[in-house]
Write a protein that binds this ligand. Sequence first.
Ligand SMILES: [Zn+2]
Length: 330
Amino acid sequence: MRLLALGAAIAIAMAGFPLSGAAAAAAPTSGVCPTDPLAPARTPVVALDTRPGPGGLPAAYGGMQYRRSTGLGPKQIALTFDDGPDPEVTPRVLRVLERHCLKATFFMVGWYAKAHPDLVRAVAADGHVIGAHTWMHPDNIRRLTPAAGEAEIVEGFDGIREALDGAPPAEQAQLAPFFRFPGLNDSPALISWLAARDVAVVSADLGTDDWRGIGPGAIEWRTLRYVAHTGGGIMVMHDTKPATAEALSDLITELEARGYTFVQLVPAAGARDRAEAVPASLLHPVQPAARAVAASAGSFDAVDAWIRTSIRDVQDGARQLVADVRDWRK
Ligand SMILES: [Zn+2]
């Protein structure tokens, strides 16, 4: 009997489930990925609570900025992709993830989601979780008025939710109460505003430098160096960069060879229902004000150019943030 219990404990540990943290939830895994001998057939999940944590810590995750634990175990990596969906790169990223039997979390720009609903649905249909990354990716949401900042967030969710309109319920449910600030430029006021709507802020533990315009080899080399420093964590990539899609498969294989495993960030049980039930929910109704702003957004090319400029500007700002974090860690 004792042996049996021990065997069960080992089986749970070997499945790679996070054993620490009450928020951690487990999905069953079985077998081995048919196309990736180093990977399990299913990605274990790590559930993020959207409610305040011990000591009143807000539901804000990612060691680059926040102290609250995600519950990821040692050498566990949660893949996240920002700024899409992108017609060229997102499908390539999806194919790589499928080949490695991996599930990830995508933080989408609402305007791109609305422009490419087929891609949003493809991401959801593949079992990836989707969070919002604003409507048009302002380079620094802190500089906007509170009302404009809130509208960016509302519309970001709306663009994704609209793209999923008419999709099967299981795909619609992939939209999570998760938000990532562009350039990780958060503000205490907006974190509180999101908390009141049961939405968690998801930052990162490490980057991959894929936004710096470097090639796939450099992305892989730098990421392996960063991950050796952090020991894993929430990793940021961009499904708008062709070099990211090119680097991804080799990077995954190399990380697995070094003993890292992958987990998927998902909302804790009940979190999505709570976020849907709050007044002015970001997940459920389309906000009339948001529709009005969205309608005035202009031609596709003009808005696309505006967002790309903003992303470039935010990345210039991010260089400083990354440098600050490195200084702070020394
Ligand atoms: Zn971004």
